[in-house]
Design a protein around this ligand. Structure first.
Ligand code: GAR
Length: 215
């Protein structure tokens, strides 16, 4: 066990995506270059077929991929298929970590409870501001001068779990949703691998909902 006594020496990683998977790519690249150690990518699962992220996972990184389409399935009816697939690839609650990376579904409470404090998400805003969909558009429409991105543990709410890391990004007068999203995304690609690294190294302590980083 590591310093926290919470996590095993090697974490079995499952990444859930629904699209291009650039955050997934950033995490897998950091593992490949050994910026993140002691994490073994076991599977990338997409809720949509034929998305760009699947090709990146399989062809660039050699990680097994699965597609679990589920427009008609909601809540635990869908998520139990996810949990079965994760387990089939060795991602289990005791030794696993699940990263949501642009996974555009709401996770059921049953899934959260099965993998309590083992599921991470990245959100393109400084939570608790601008949760939910179109966070960058929300920030622009609100007139915020600063927004950013957040990596957090997933709890039973929407974008409401304990915050692990955040990075601020200024909103410029000339920003469109696209330019702001692009600048936030660059920061996401730094922040998400860093959060995974800290967890893998046992450098995260959680008290209540306050997460502190042991440097
Ligand atoms: C990222 O900007 C991520 O923060 C966002 O979707 C994008 C996925 O991009 N996630 C959410 O909005 C979740 N509420 P990617 O597929 O290239 O990683």
């Amino acid at each position: 066990m590591n310093r926290c006594g919470l996590l095993p020496v090697v974490l079995n990683l499952g990444i859930l995506i629904s699209g291009r998977g650039s955050n997934m790519d950033a995490i897998l690249t950091a593992i490949k270059s050994e910026k993140i150690r002691n994490v073994k990518p076991r599977v990338v699962i997409s809720s949509k077929p034929d998305v760009a992220g699947l090709k990146v996972a399989s062809e660039k990184h050699g990680v097994p991929i699965e597609v679990i389409p589920g427009q008609s399935l909601k809540g635990w009816d869908y998520d139990q298929k996810l949990v079965e697939a994760l387990k089939r690839h060795g991602v289990v609650p005791e030794t696993g970590l699940v990263c949501l990376a642009g996974f555009m579904r709401i996770i059921s409470p049953e899934f959260v409870r099965a993998f309590r404090m083992r599921i991470l998400n990245i959100h393109p805003a400084l939570l608790p501001s601008f949760p939910g969909l179109h966070a960058q558009r929300q920030a622009l429409e609100y007139g915020a001068k600063v927004t950013g991105c957040t990596v957090h543990f997933v709890d039973e709410g929407v974008d409401s779990g304990p915050v692990i890391l955040q990075k601020a990004v200024p909103v410029l007068d000339a920003d469109t949703e696209e330019t702001l999203s692009d600048r936030i995304l660059l920061q996401e690609h730094e922040l998400y691998p860093e959060a995974v690294r800290l967890i893998a190294e046992g450098k995260i302590r959680i008290e209540g909902r306050a997460v502190s980083v042991l440097r």
